[in-house]
Design a protein around this ligand. Structure first.
Ligand code: ADP
Ligand code: MG
Length: 341
């Protein structure tokens, strides 16, 4: 199947909290296409989070263990285009028969069906035919079925039949693992602090993460330079400025805890030890002043606390900044470090 890209496999799809359910559901479907209750399997999430990779990995895995199975991967856009062409050429039956003969259909980015009533109509019939014959349907979308707009209710209700699993932004550890794996595959060795630097600073999607690394490698090759942390910092400055939307709470937590030499996970714990409480309150204060996160989400992030705790923390930090010179210096130092990144 030329439509399947063999580079998108399970082997190089790094697992993390961000994708655990989607990945294991995908794996189950790959092992027993049409034979699980995950039909359709809907993978949804934002741009560059691995929907296409995972959907293709399922297809590749099915082909690997059942070479005879007919697996088709098609983007929703292409499907719509093919439909229009078949109308023009009077080959609508061929078009429908082709898809209805498949054992597995993987349709990418079904949010693109929005507004295309006639194509949705055709796909509705294809869907029903395949589903009734126990064939596997895998869909991807930028939103959960309940949040999709512009799609017909009867199609949407079918999209909700099986399992919807989301792909979220990977946490720092997973981002590092993704970069390490990629460097390993490409046979490139990089100092771990370079990988950590890139993973810290590109924290909104995997495609940009990979893009930053590619750009860094390309520039270093052109300039015939070894990549160390200093070079990475200077080369990626612009890339990061243009892509990172804001400092993450994760990064605030890390820097604050490094600064006060306390274990990072402690700020999320229940402990009331003085230095931990201080690190926690400063982290909350910085999260409020440097990110657009709501008080509720800040409280949630720092150990499931409620928003009044965050307000109290911010008040305490502001009071201390006004009255305690040393404390003020601490906070300013950390702010400087955060902004340098
Ligand atoms: P989407 O379809 O959600 O926009 P893609 O599947 O195209 O995203 O992924 C973007 C890039 O990120 C691809 O190169 C993909 O291989 C990579 N990627 C995403 N998630 C992972 C992961 N968990 N492990 C390894 N690579 C990943
Ligand atoms: Mg995609």
């Amino acid at each position: 199947d030329p439509q399947l890209n063999p580079n998108y496999c399970f082997e190089n799809f790094i697992e993390g909290d961000c994708n655990r359910l989607a990945r294991s559901a995908g794996y189950a479907v790959a092992a027993k296409p049409g034979g699980t209750s995950f039909n359709p399997l809907m993978l949804y999430g934002g741009v560059g989070l691995g929907k296409t990779h995972l959907a293709q990995a399922i297809g590749n895995e099915i082909k690997r263990s059942n070479p005879d199975k007919l697996v088709i991967y098609v983007s929703c856009e292409k499907f719509c285009q093919q439909f229009v062409d078949s109308l023009k050429n009077n080959t609508i039956n061929d078009f429908v028969n082709f898809y209805q003969a498949m054992d597995v259909i993987i349709m990418d980015d079904v949010h693109n069906f929005a507004g295309k009533e006639k194509t949705q109509d055709i796909f509705f019939h294809v869907f029903n035919h395949l589903h009734q014959s126990g064939k596997q349907i895998i869909l991807t979308s930028d939103k959960a079925p309940k949040d999709l707009s512009g799609l017909e209710e009867r199609l949407l209700s079918r999209f909700k039949w099986g399992l919807s699993a989301d792909l979220q932004v990977p946490d720092l550890e997973t981002r590092m693992a993704i970069l390490k794996k990629k460097m390993y595959t490409d046979g490139i060795e990089l100092p771990v602090e370079v990988i950590e630097y890139v993973a810290h600073n590109i924290d909104n999607n995997v495609r940009e993460l990979e893009g930053a690394m590619v750009s860094l490698l390309a520039q270093a090759t052109l300039n015939k330079k070894e990549i160390d942390l200093g070079l990475a910092k200077s080369m990626l400055k612009n890339f990061i400025k243009n892509t990172s939307r804001e400092i993450s709470m994760e990064y605030i937590q890390k820097l604050v805890c490094e600064y006060f030499e306390v274990p990072a996970e402690m700020v999320k714990s229940k402990t009331r030890k003085r230095e931990i409480v201080q690190a926690r309150q400063i982290s909350m204060y910085l999260a409020k002043s440097l990110t657009k996160t709501s008080l509720k989400s800040i409280g949630q992030f720092f150990g499931g606390r409620d928003h009044s705790t965050v307000i109290y923390a911010c008040q305490t930090v502001e009071d201390l900044i006004d009255t305690d010179k040393k404390f003020k210096t601490y906070v300013q130092d950390i702010q400087k470090k955060l902004k340098m990144s």
